[in-house]
Each structure stands twice: as structure tokens, then as C-alpha cells.
Design a protein around this ligand. Structure first.
Ligand SMILES: C[S@@+](CC[C@H](N)C(=O)[O-])C[C@H]1O[C@@H](n2cnc3c(N)ncnc32)[C@H](O)[C@@H]1O
Length: 181
């Protein structure tokens, strides 16, 4: 094997190991914060967002934005202003890097706890969070959300919000629930 191929393979291996470490540390961080990182399936993004077809220039929040895939998609496809809130610094870094690579404007990722985020201007809120966390968010939703705000909860129903539920997108793994204030 010539020396060039040898070093190329070596660099590739180091990069793959680095990516695995970054991802692993990210998972560990989220798990330690009682906030497991499980991304929304890329195959489902279009279907989930087509139900609401968010309007151009609306303010779209994702609470616990993970690697930012949904927010990048919704900003690109529907022209909304996107704000992602994520507690895990590695995921925030990854989201910002990918958004920059795609030259996206109107998208912001904040390293922040969702409980410290002002939601009063939100038109849409997307969550894929554990049910216990959703329950803790409800008083904040009640205090801050304006009339007409749409909440999309992927994976878990918002208990006690049956009257606000207007659509369910069933799925074999994670269904999606749509609520309106
Ligand atoms: C199940 S993942 C979903 C990720 C992304 N929303 C998606 O659908 O691909 C939940 C995310 O919420 C984040 N998270 C959990 N609790 C949080 C909190 N209190 N503040 C900010 N982010 C939080 C986790 O770090 C994790 O990335």
C-alpha cells in the first residue's frame, strides 16, 4: 500500500472515531440531564409538517432541537423564522454548523434550558420530549402562549389537553399530536 493511501485511511479512521466520540458524549450528556436524545426520523419530517403547512415568516420554536434537522427543514421549505432551544452544547454546535453549511438565514440555535425561553411570540412549537417533561412545561405554556399558537407533540400526547387536540398523525412507532391554543 502506498504511503498516501495509508495516511488517508488513517485520517479517515481518526475522523470516524472523533465523530463517534462526539455523538457518544452528546448522548451521555443528554441522558445525564434526564433528556435522552432521539431524533425525529428524517423520513417523517415532510409528513409531520405538511399537516400544518406553516406560513411564511411565522415564528417556529423547537424545544429540545437535537441536531436541528426539523428546524432546518421547516425554515428551508416553508420560509418560517426558526428558533431551536437545546440544552446539549454539542448538539447546538452541530445544529449551527449544519445551518451555516446550508447558508440558512432566519434560523437560531440557543444553548438554553427550555424553561428559560420566552414563548410569548411563538406561532408554532414543536416538541419531542418525555411525558414527564411535557407535564412540567404545561404551566409555562398556559402563562405564555398566545391564542392561535399551534403545538406539535411528536411521540407523546399532552395529557389533560384533550380539548385542544385537533389532529393526530398515527404511526407505528411515534405518532404526532397537534394542539391549538
Ligand atoms: C427526543 S430528543 C428530540 C430532538 C429533536 N427535537 C428531534 O425531534 O429530532 C429531545 C431533545 O431535547 C433536549 N432537551 C431535553 N430537555 C431539555 C431542556 N430542559 N432544555 C433544552 N433541551 C432539552 C435533549 O437534549 C434532546 O436533544
Amino acid at each position: 500500500m502506498n504511503i498516501f493511501i495509508y495516511f488517508s485511511l488513517l485520517i479517515l479512521e481518526v475522523l470516524i472515531l472523533f465523530a463517534i466520540c462526539v455523538y457518544g458524549i452528546g448522548l451521555l450528556f443528554s441522558a445525564l440531564k434526564e433528556a435522552p436524545y432521539v431524533p425525529t426520523s428524517r423520513k417523517k419530517l415532510q409528513e409531520i409538517l405538511d399537516v400544518i403547512k406553516p406560513k411564511n415568516n411565522c415564528l417556529f420554536f423547537e424545544l429540545g432541537s437535537g441536531d436541528g434537522r426539523l428546524l432546518r427543514y421547516v425554515v428551508t421549505k416553508y420560509g418560517v423564522r426558526g428558533v431551536g432551544i437545546e440544552v446539549n452544547p454539542l448538539l447546538v454546535w452541530l445544529s449551527r454548523t449544519l445551518a451555516k453549511r446550508s447558508k440558512l438565514k432566519n434560523i437560531t440555535f440557543l444553548r438554553q434550558n427550555i424553561f428559560s425561553t420566552d414563548l410569548s411570540e411563538a406561532n408554532y412549537i414543536y416538541i419531542f420530549l418525555m411525558p414527564e417533561l411535557i407535564v412540567k412545561l404545561l404551566p409555562k405554556f398556559k402563562d405564555e402562549l398566545k391564542k392561535g399558537t399551534v403545538i406539535i407533540s411528536h411521540g407523546f400526547k399532552i395529557v389533560s389537553w384533550e380539548k385542544k387536540l385537533w389532529k393526530t398523525l398515527p404511526a407505528s412507532t411515534f405518532s404526532t399530536y397537534y394542539y391549538k391554543i
